[in-house]
Every structure is written in structure tokens, then in C-alpha cells.
Design a protein around this ligand. Structure first.
Ligand code: PLP
Length: 587
């Protein structure tokens, strides 16, 4: 394909995309294909000879589209929004055309410089303390591929800082410190936090939340105290602003105070809700962020930027880069600056020119346009919440502050599961569930860029019709005292809460029929590994003895080691990372 062909087919492609967006409501939001559907529709080997562009496009409609879940569809209310807009698509087209790999400043100066600039713009917009900015601060922002990566790299940075602290004590092995490290999050934190702990080989404690599903300072403080008493070394905490399950908010102010006092790295994961911080009325949610070491949010969720674009700021860029810097000769350059070559800020070497799409979005919408978009979504969520609250067969779970409403049918979890299954299988709406404490809830997220009141009314109509149908067809309910009987059946005296939970979650007749077994196996595997990593008993005297019999490192006594390591770690982390220098940093 030469430039002329590209121009011709490019115009066709842009027309196809514009038409796809315009006619989305005429498509079914989810597809009803079966796993493996594509195998029979495409050849089993790659084409040997070049094919015609028109033929490829014809197959897009015939083969690809039937299996697409339309995330930009007005009736898509699952997960969180997948950011998307025309300016972002155009910015990304340009980035693809430039096709640079911006791992260092020299590899393509504009790629690094624009990233620095827009990260500072947005940092100021969300009112981050100036220490987090490139401009004048010791920190700075960077674009990562996902919130999961942000959590992982900050965990790795804080782990590195903790291990570094024992360097003056040559008889303490890095591995020994690693075995003592313990990190914390609320039990409602995203699963990527647990995954980061697994990858980082550190113990991860998931702490209880209060009645507002918020992790509080006193809970963290107690956990840290308990763990220090056991000889463990607390080093990393994740506070979530906008949990995935129910969009609740951990108390950053309280957690920040504890982390600052204890010399522990506090990371704030605001993957979805952080986007709303561009509106001043939501900025109180980050009160205390001056005590955090790092924060992230994803414009590719709720700021009209296409995947991937997760923004992360650190207060001390050295603390990050010193954990991630390797420097072969072939990557060094004349203007080498370890702190500004973004390959040292994350896991991959290669980096796309992602700031372009963000820059296009910021310029095409302006801050005002983006604020208007966020506020409309919040208003629509409130309108949906009102429908739910006005119908007494439903409960709203959690507070509705952003664009997410969590609700359930009163009664046992199975009722809500059946309702969700019924709605999703109608392909009229798409929503996904969550488990919020013991409640199985349906999450209704406002996702489409131009969502409006009509979409809310339509969704509510589909939901209430399905609920009525479910209630009237439920044979148990037709008999006297049906609902009460189901409620008491929910947990018999001999059954543990876990068994009930399990039975309900994995009921063969209910949702996820096909994925149930795989999902369960994955959970079991994960739990086993998680237990191996997290169980402090795994680090017992026998293991330690075995480690020291090579005669190289004579451990004086276990308690000496614990004291030395814990003291060293506490002092250095305080110096290197979390310590809130001052609250005058606020811009
Ligand atoms: N953190 C939170 C609070 C989330 O809601 C999500 C995803 O929804 C993630 C992290 C993971 O995001 P990513 O897919 O960017 O890794």
C-alpha cells in the first residue's frame, strides 16, 4: 500500500468509523456468538498472496462485527467507560504514523517533552501538590499502559527502597528483607493490587472497610502495629479512590498520616474516579494527598482518551528510577538524563507517543468541555439512582458520587444474579456484577460519551420489566411466604457463610455458566499462591536456618535481624519516599 492507496483507503476507513459510531444504537450491544465461532469463518492459515482492501473490509462487517461487544454503545453499562472520542482517535492515528519508539529523550525528543508537559498540565488541573510536577518539583508524571502497571511499578519502587535500607548491614540478605515485607490495601481494592503483590513476592494484607466501604487510618494503624510485632516490615499501602466494585473512597487523609508516621509508601489508585478531579467540586476527595508517594488515574477510562493512557505521578522520581534503571551502552545518549528518559519509569523499554492523543483531547474539548462531560455522567447516575430508590424491591449499595450506581434486588443474592442473567441475555443492555462485602450487586455505569436521559429511561424500563418477569415467574415466590422462605434457605444453621457465598456465586444455573469452571480454578490457583506468599508462617526458623548453613552469612539471631532490618527500613523509607516534606507544596 503506497501513500496514494493509504489516502484512498484512509478516507474509506474514516467514513466506516463515522458511520459505525452514528449507527451504533441500531446494533445489539453484546453479541450472541459461541466460543470458537470465528474458526469456521476464516481460513486456518495466513494468506500467501496479498488481498484486496475491499475484501478485507467486507469481512470486518461479516466476521468481526458479529463477535464485537460494542463498548461505545449507549446501552453499554458494564465495567467502567472505555475512553473514546474522535480527537483521541485522530491523535492516535498521527502517533501511529510517526511510529516512534520514545524510550529516551534522544529517541524522539517531542515524545518525551509533550508527555512531560501534558502530565504537568493535568497535575495542575487536578490540584496535585507541586512536588509531584516536573516543573520545579522532585517528582513528575508519566504515561503508563494501565493502572495495574502503575500499582506494580510503585510497589517495585517501594520494595527497592525498603531493601536498599539494609545495604549498610552486609549480613542481612536482600531475600531476608523481602520475606519480611508486607503491603496493605482495602479488601475492595482492585485485583491488580493483589497481583502486584504476587509478582513482587511480598505479603499483601487486605484490610476491612468501614460502613461506607472506606479503608480508614485506624484499621491500617492497627494492622501495621500487629505486623511490626510479628517482625514484619510494612512498606507499601494502596488507597483506592473509586473502588471498582462500588466506587467507594478510602480515606486518603487518614491513611496518609499513618503512612507518613510509619515511613510507608502510599500509592493512591484513582483509575476511574480520578478523572473527576478535573472538576474542583471533587477535589476534596484527595485531601491529604500531600502525604502520598504516588497517584494514578486513567484518562482511558473517563476522560475520552482511547486505551492505553494511564497517568501516574510520583513525588520523588529518583525513588522510582533507581528501582528500574538498567543502562546498556546502546541506549545511552548525549543528553542522557536518567530521570527524564521514560524507559526508567516503567517496565517496557519501547513506548508509543501516547501523549499526542491526550493533547488532542485536551485541546479539542478544553477543560470546560471535559468537565461538562464528567458532570453530565454524574447527573445521569443520580437520575438512575433516583429510579432505583423509588422502587422498593431494590436497594442501592454504597453512595453514588460518580457515574456508577450499584443496586440489587432485596432478598438473596441469587435473585439479583438471575435478574442480571436475564437482562444480559436479552442483549438490550450490558451490565456486570460485583461482590460488595457479602452482597452480589449489579453495577450500572454511565459509559457512552453522549449518554442522555433517554438512555437512562430505556435502561430502567428494561431492568424493571426483567425484574417483574423474574418475580412473577419464580415458583417459590408464588407460594405463601415465598420470599421469606428463600431468605431463610439462604443460610441454614449447618452451613458456613463461605459455603453459602460459594454456592450462590457458582450456582450452575446462573450467570457465567460457561466460564464458571475456569474462573473457579483460577481463583483456587490464585488463592493457593496468595496464601504461599502471604502466610507469615512460611518464613519460619527452619527455613531461615537452612538459608544460613552455607556459612557465608552467619545470622546472629532471628530477633537481631528483625530489629536491624526493621529499623533500617523505617529510617530510609522515611528519607527516600513517603515523608511529606510539607503541605505548602499545594499549588
Ligand atoms: N484500579 C481500579 C480502581 C480499577 O477500577 C481498575 C479497572 O477497572 C484497575 C485498577 C485496573 O485498571 P487497568 O485495566 O488500567 O489495569
Amino acid at each position: 500500500m503506497d501513500a496514494d492507496d493509504f489516502e484512498k483507503h484512509g478516507i474509506e476507513m474514516v467514513r466506516y468509523i463515522a458511520q459505525y459510531m452514528r449507527t451504533l444504537p441500531q446494533r445489539s450491544v453484546t453479541s450472541d456468538v459461541e466460543p470458537g465461532y470465528m474458526r469456521n469463518m476464516l481460513p486456518s492459515h495466513a494468506p500467501i498472496h496479498a488481498e484486496n482492501f475491499q475484501d478485507i473490509m467486507a469481512d470486518v462487517e461479516k466476521i468481526i462485527m458479529p463477535g464485537v461487544t460494542h463498548w461505545q454503545h449507549p446501552e453499554f453499562h458494564a465495567y467502567f467507560p472505555a475512553g473514546n472520542s474522535f480527537p483521541s482517535i485522530l491523535g492516535d492515528m498521527l502517533s501511529n504514523a510517526i511510529g516512534c519508539v520514545g524510550f529516551s529523550w534522544a529517541a524522539s525528543p517531542a515524545c518525551t517533552e509533550l508527555e512531560i508537559l501534558v502530565l504537568d498540565w493535568i497535575g495542575k488541573l487536578i490540584n496535585l501538590p507541586s512536588v509531584f510536577l516536573h516543573e520545579g518539583g522532585q517528582g513528575g508524571g508519566v504515561i503508563q499502559g494501565s493502572a495495574s502497571e502503575c500499582v506494580l511499578v510503585t510497589l517495585l519502587a517501594s520494595r527497592h527502597a525498603a531493601i536498599q535500607l539494609v545495604k549498610p548491614y552486609p549480613y542481612i540478605d536482600d531475600g531476608y528483607v523481602l520475606s519480611k515485607l508486607v503491603a496493605y490495601s482495602s479488601k475492595l481494592a482492585h485485583s491488580c493490587v493483589e497481583k502486584a503483590g504476587m509478582i513482587g513476592l511480598v505479603k499483601m494484607r487486605q484490610l476491612d472497610v468501614d460502613e461506607n466501604y472506606s479503608l480508614r487510618g485506624y484499621t491500617l494503624e492497627r494492622a501495621i502495629e500487629e505486623d511490626r510485632r510479628m517482625g514484619l516490615i510494612p512498606f507499601y499501602v494502596v488507597a483506592t479512590l473509586g473502588t471498582t466494585g462500588c466506587c467507594s473512597f478510602d480515606n486518603v487523609e487518614e491513611l496518609g498520616e499513618v503512612c507518613s508516621k510509619e515511613g510507608v509508601w502510599l500509592h493512591v489508585d484513582a483509575a476511574y474516579a480520578g478523572n473527576a478531579l478535573i472538576c474542583p467540586e471533587f477535589q476534596h476527595l484527595t485531601k491529604g494527598v500531600q502525604n502520598a508517594s504516588s497517584i494514578n488515574f486513567n484518562p482511558n477510562k473517563w476522560m475520552l482518551v482511547n486505551f492505553d493512557c494511564s497517568l501516574m505521578w510520583v513525588r520523588d522520581r529518583k525513588a522510582l528510577t533507581s528501582a528500574l534503571t538498567v543502562d546498556p551502552v546502546y541506549l545511552q545518549h548525549e543528553h542522557d538524563d536518567k530521570e527524564l528518559d521514560f524507559r526508567h519509569w516503567g517496565i517496557p523499554l519501547s513506548r508509543r507517543f501516547r501523549s499526542l492523543k491526550l493533547w488532542f483531547v485536551l485541546r479539542c474539548y478544553g477543560v470546560e468541555g471535559l468537565q461538562k462531560y464528567i458532570r453530565r455522567h454524574v447527573r445521569l447516575a443520580k437520575a438512575f439512582e433516583e429510579h432505583v430508590r423509588n422502587d422498593d424491591i431494590f436497594d442501592v449499595i454504597g453512595e453514588v458520587t460518580m457515574g456508577l450506581v450499584c443496586f440489587r434486588l432485596k432478598g438473596p443474592n441469587t435473585l439479583t444474579q438471575r435478574l442480571l442473567k436475564k437482562i444480559n441475555s436479552s442483549h438490550q443492555l450490558h451490565m456486570v456484577p460485583a461482590l460488595v462485602n457479602e452482597n452480589f450487586v449489579i453495577r450500572f455505569a454511565i459509559c457512552a460519551e453522549n449518554a442522555d436521559e433517554k438512555d437512562i429511561s430505556f435502561a430502567w424500563k428494561v431492568i424493571t420489566e426483567a425484574a417483574e418477569c423474574l418475580m412473577s415467574s419464580k415458583s417459590e415466590l408464588e407460594r405463601p411466604g415465598g420470599l421469606e422462605r428463600i431468605e431463610t434457605l439462604e443460610m441454614s444453621e449447618t452451613e458456613s457463610e463461605d459455603e453459602v457465598f460459594d454456592r450462590e456465586l457458582f450456582d450452575t444455573d446462573l450467570i457465567f455458566d460457561q466460564q464458571r469452571i475456569t474462573l473457579r480454578r483460577a481463583c483456587e490457583r490464585r488463592n493457593l499462591f496468595h496464601r504461599m506468599v502471604s502466610d507469615p508462617k512460611g518464613f519460619n526458623r527452619t527455613v531461615l536456618k537452612a538459608l544460613s548453613i552455607d556459612g557465608q552469612r552467619k545470622i546472629r539471631s532471628e530477633s537481631d535481624l528483625e530489629d536491624d532490618a526493621a529499623d533500617a527500613v523505617r529510617t530510609t523509607i522515611k528519607k527516600t519516599s513517603a515523608g511529606a516534606e510539607s503541605s505548602q507544596d499545594c499549588v
